[in-house]
Design a protein around this ligand. Structure first.
Ligand code: NAD
Length: 511
C-alpha cells in the first residue's frame, strides 16, 4: 500500500524544540553530581533527531555511593520513622509540583521517547494522581491485632517499611512508571535508588528536582543514570538493598531474579505481555473496533498492555478486520509535538528493525499483511516511524502471535468455539492482561474466570485506576503495583506477641 492512504502529520512547529540539551546528573545524598570518571551518554529525539539530553553515565562508584546514602537515610530514621501524616504532606506537595511543571515534563518525555505530546501530558497528570493516591495510603497504612488468642495474650501484626528499594524503569512510560513505584515506596517509609532507562533519563531527573523542592530529606531518594551494566546489575545484587522493583523486559526480569538470589532480596517485576482481545460474534463491533485500534497503536504499540493480538469469531472476522484496517488509516500519526498526533516515533532504529523482522517472518510463514508492514518517513522528521500494520491469517505457532513485538503491529487470529478462544488466549508465556467483547454477561464471566491474566477488561480496554492493582501472571511478572497491594510490596510484616500479666508457665522448674 502507499502511505497516501494513511493520516500523516508532518513536522510542525520547531520553535518549541530546545536550543540546548537538558543536562542530567546523578542525585546522590542530596547533591547533584557528575560521574567520578566524567563519563557521559547522550539521547537524541527519535522523531526530530536533535540532541535532547546530555547525561552523566554512572558506574560502580556512583551506584555504591547512592546505595550507601539510601541505606544511611533509612537506618537513621530521617524518613522511615516520621509519621504517615508528614510523609503524606510531602507526597502531596510533589503532586502539586508535578502539576505545576506538567508542560516542561511532558515536552522532555515526548522528545526523549517519541510519544505524542497530548499523551505525555495525560501521563504526567496521571502520575500526579498516583502521588496523591500514595499520600492517602501513607496515612491509612495499618496492621492487624488478634484479641482472641486467650486471656493472657495479645497478638499484633505491624507493617514496617522493607528498607532500601532499588527502582529500575524502562523507556516506554518513564515518568508514569517511576510514579507507580516511588511514591508507594516513600509512603511505606522506604528509601530508594532509582535508575531510569538510558534512553529516557531526563524526566526522572526533573522528578528529583521536584523532590528536593518539596523538602525531601537528603539521601531518601537517590538517582543514578546509566546502563543496565553496571548500574542496574549492582542495584539488584547489592547486600544493602532490600527490594528490587523492576519494570522492563522479561529477559532482564529473569536476570534480576538470578542476581537478587545471592542476597535473597524481595523482587517485584512488571514485565512483558502478549495481550489478547477476544471478539465474540455478538459483540458491539463499533466499540470493539475502536478499542482494538486504540489497544494496538497507543504509544506506537510500545506498551506492555498493547492489545497485540485479536482472536475473532469466524462469523465476524472479515467484518472486524476490514473495519480495523479502515479505522487504522484514520489514526493521525507523525510529529509527536503536534497536538492532534496519536502515534509518534519508534524509540530507536534497532527497535524499528526488530518490529519489521516480526512482520517479515510472519509473511514468510504464510500470514498476510493487510495494512502497513514497513517503516515510513514522515516529511520533515527522522525515519523512525512504522506504519500501522494489520497481519491476518496468523496462527498460534507463529512468533508474531507469541512474542512481544512492541510496535504498531496487530495480529488477527480466528476461533470457532469458546474453548478454542480460551486456548488461544492462554497460549502464550505471558499473562499480563486480556479482554473480551460480547454482549452476553455469562460469556464475559466465564472468560474472566478461565483466562490467565493479571487484568481482565470486559467490553473495554486499557482503563486504569490508582485504586486497582496491576501486574501479571506467568512470565509477565511477580507482585502488584497500584492499589493498596502496591503499598504492600514495600512493607515487611512483623509479628508481636504480648503476654498480659505474669502467666507464663516456666519451661524449666527452677526450684
Ligand atoms: P529492558 O528490560 O531492556 O530495560 C529496562 C530497564 O532495565 C532499563 O533501565 C535498563 O537499563 C535496565 N537493565 C538492563 N539490563 C539490566 C540488568 N542486567 N540489571 C538491571 N537492570 C538492567 O526494557 P525496556 O526495553 O526499557 O522496556 C520495554 C520492556 O518493558 C517491554 O518488555 C515491556 O513489556 C516492559 N514493560 C512492562 C510494563 C509492565 O508494567 N508490565 C510496563 C512497561 C514496560
Amino acid at each position: 500500500m502507499t502511505t497516501h492512504d494513511l493520516t500523516l502529520i508532518s513536522a510542525t512547529d520547531s520553535s518549541v524544540l530546545p536550543r540546548e540539551p537538558f543536562v542530567a546528573r546523578h542525585l546522590i545524598d542530596g547533591r547533584w553530581c557528575e560521574s567520578g570518571d566524567a563519563a557521559v551518554f547522550e539521547r537524541r529525539s527519535p522523531a526530530h533527531g536533535i540532541l535532547v539530553t546530555h547525561a552523566a553515565r554512572g558506574g560502580i562508584r556512583e551506584t555504591e555511593a547512592a546505595i550507601g546514602a539510601a541505606r544511611r537515610a533509612f537506618d537513621d530514621g530521617r524518613w522511615s520513622s516520621i509519621s504517615g501524616r508528614d510523609r503524606a504532606t510531602l507526597l502531596l506537595r510533589v503532586a502539586d509540583l508535578i502539576d505545576r511543571d506538567r508542560e516542561r515534563i511532558a515536552l522532555m518525555e515526548t522528545l526523549e521517547s517519541g510519544k505524542p505530546i497530548s499523551q505525555a501530558r495525560a501521563e504526567i497528570e496521571g502520575a500526579a494522581d498516583l502521588w496523591r493516591y500514595a499520600a492517602s495510603l501513607a496515612r491509612t497504612m495499618h496492621g492487624d491485632s488478634h484479641n482472641a488468642l486467650g486471656p493472657d495474650m495479645l497478638g499484633i501484626v505491624v507493617k514496617e517499611p522493607i528498607g532500601v528499594a532499588s527502582i529500575i524503569t524502562p523507556w516506554n512510560f518513564p515518568f508514569l512508571i517511576v510514579s507507580q513505584k516511588l511514591p508507594f515506596a516513600l509512603a511505606a517509609g522506604c528509601t530508594a535508588v532509582v535508575k531510569p532507562s538510558e534512553l529516557t533519563p531526563a524526566t526522572t531527573v526533573i522528578l528529583g528536582e521536584l523532590l528536593i523542592e518539596a523538602g525531601l530529606p537528603a539521601g531518601v531518594v537517590n538517582i543514578v543514570l546509566g546502563y543496565g551494566e553496571p548500574v542496574g546489575a549492582l542495584m539488584t545484587m547489592h547486600g544493602d538493598v532490600d527490594l528490587v522493583s523492576f519494570t522492563g523486559s522479561t529477559a532482564i526480569g529473569k536476570a534480576i531474579v538470578a542476581a537478587a538470589s545471592g542476597t535473597l532480596k524481595k523482587v517485584s517485576l512488571e514485565l512483558g505481555g502478549k495481550n489478547p482481545q477476544v471478539v465474540f460474534a455478538d459483540a458491539d463491533i463499533d466499540s470493539a473496533v475502536d478499542a482494538i485500534v486504540f489497544g494496538i497503536y497507543f504509544n506506537a504499540g510500545e506498551c506492555c498492555n498493547s492489545g497485540s493480538r485479536i482472536i475473532v469469531h469466524k462469523d465476524v472476522i472479515e467484518e472486524v478486520t476490514e473495519r480495523v484496517v479502515a479505522l487504522s488509516r484514520k489514526v493521525p500519526f507523525g510529529d509527536p509535538l503536534h497536538d492532534n498526533t496519536k502515534v509518534g516515533a519508534i524509540v530507536s532504529l534497532e527497535h524499528r528493525s526488530k518490529i519489521d523482522g516480526y512482520v517479515k517472518s510472519a509473511e514468510a510463514a504464510g500470514a498476510t499483511v493487510r495494512l502497513g508492514g514497513s517503516s515510513l518517513s514522515v516529511p520533515g522528521l527522522q525515519e523512525q516511524f512504522y506504519q500501522p500494520t494489520v497481519v491476518t491469517g496468523v496462527t498460534g505457532d507463529m512468533a508474531i502471535a507469541r512474542e512481544e513485538v512492541f510496535g504498531p503491529v496487530l495480529s488477527v487470529l480466528e476461533f470457532s468455539t469458546f474453548d478454542e478462544a480460551i486456548t488461544l488466549a492462554n497460549d502464550a508465556a505471558y499473562g499480563l492482561s486480556a479482554g473480551v467483547w460480547t454482549e452476553n454477561v455469562h460469556t464475559c464471566l466465564e472468560f474472566t474466570r478461565r483466562v490467565r491474566a493479571g487484568t481482565v477488561w470486559t467490553n473495554t480496554w486499557m482503563d486504569g485506576f490508582a485504586e486497582l492493582p496491576f501486574g501479571g501472571v506467568k512470565e509477565s511478572g511477580l507482585g502488584r503495583e497500584l492499589g493498596h497491594y502496591g503499598l504492600e510490596e514495600y512493607l515487611e510484616v512483623k509479628t508481636v506477641q504480648m503476654r498480659i500479666g505474669r502467666t507464663r508457665t516456666p519451661w524449666v522448674q527452677n526450684r
